[in-house]
Design a protein around this ligand. Sequence first.
Ligand code: AP5
Length: 220
Amino acid sequence: MTTNIILLGPPGAGKGTQARRLVEERDLVQLSTGDMLREARTSGTEMGKVVAEVMDKGQLVTDEIVIGLIREKLEDTKAAGFIFDGFPRTLRQADALEDLLSGMGQKIDAVIEMQVDDGALVDRVSGRYTCGNCGEVYHDTTRPSAKEGVCDVCGSTDLRRRADDNAESLKTRLLEYYKKTSPLIGYYYAKQKLRPVDALAEIGKVGHEIAGILGQPVEA
Ligand code: AP5
């Protein structure tokens, strides 16, 4: 049985944090379009330059580029299921995902809607840093690494802050979310896939609520 999950929520809601927990607990693969695009922007290609400019402003990258990246990953990856982190973000992306999965004889099983107050998000993104080597996500106050400047998971000292994690870009990212992504809440509600969670709770509690929705992990 495959399990495909979408993590839906505004910037800083904790999608990446919970996706990594799910990967550890279950035999699933995380597909983060944000991570794919950050990789693309370092490629030095024309597409990478366009992507960098759009991301730094906090706007959405075009549907064509993002759907193309997801299509490639789905074609190339064997998995018991996928966690879609930050995708889909528009109705067009949602329709494309449904078509891609249906072509593989699969479907979306649950859409976890991570509910937060906007007020909490400024603090979440301004305090965030990630490991450049393994992608572990930290926060200055709520989840600092045990040893300052060193990743708990892989020991790397390459801890980074994101170029788009500033108040100005966050304002645009939130506007983009409400304008283009929040209609997906109604879309998945109508499909009876939507499962809201209180993403303002402490990280472990949010994980526990998600586990309650998804049920016991299936043994590989
Ligand atoms: P993306 O990388 O997807 O960023 P985002 O959606 O803005 O989400 P974030 O990564 O900022 O937050 P998150 O919800 O993952 O939170 P996290 O777990 O890190 O996208 C970046 C850009 O790429 C977009 O702006 C756009 O330009 C482009 N893009 C990406 N996908 C696209 C698409 N599909 N279409 C078009 N363009 C696309 O947590 C945040 C912080 O809070 C961390 O420090 C964490 O430690 C902390 N934290 C997490 N949970 C909790 C908790 N429960 N309590 C306290 N602290 C917590």
